[in-house]
Design a protein around this ligand. Structure first.
Ligand code: ZN
Length: 154
């Protein structure tokens, strides 16, 4: 395993063992959205506060596999205190990372078409793309977040 793989594995395990932003927010005013991944049984509830176009607070409840739990924890850190516009851009980049085809991986199996440095910590989940059955585990948090943003602006 390369040093980078090791680092990414540590980041994922750390978020799984010590999930960030767990809990609930009063709803309303918070938007409450439920997500479910029937392939794995992952469940997630997102509470989202948006004020003046900025995600001022986010809390999560739910349970599931290590990938879904780590991804939702990392998502919550990545979007808190960001503008809705920036959050949508991060969602797009994350989904792009998770939809890479086999041919866009290099000889080491690493994605080549995306600059992972722009993704910060959540780049640690890039390796999930090599395990197609786990992709929905990783994207659950981001799809549910996108739904929550849609409800805020509805
Ligand atoms: Zn899962």
């Amino acid at each position: 395993m390369s040093n980078l793989d090791e680092l990414y594995r540590e980041i994922i395990l750390d978020h799984y063992r010590t999930p960030r932003n767990r809990g609930e927010l009063p709803s309303p005013p918070a938007v409450r959205v439920e997500g479910f991944n029937p392939l794995c049984g992952d469940e997630l509830v997102i509470y989202l506060n948006v004020d003046n176009g900025v995600v001022t607070d986010i809390k999560l409840t739910g349970h599931g596999c290590s990938i879904s739990q780590a991804s939702s924890s990392m998502m919550s850190v990545a979007v808190k205190n960001k503008s809705v516009e920036d959050v949508r851009a991060v969602i797009d980049r994350f989904k792009e990372m998770m939809t890479l085809k086999e041919r866009s991986l290099d000889e080491n199996g690493e994605p080549v078409s995306l600059d992972l440095r722009t993704l910060g910590e959540i780049a640690a989940l890039a390796g999930v793309v090599k395990f197609p059955v786990r992709i929905k585990c990783a994207t659950l948090a981001w799809n549910t977040l996108a739904q929550a943003l849609d409800e805020v602006s509805a």
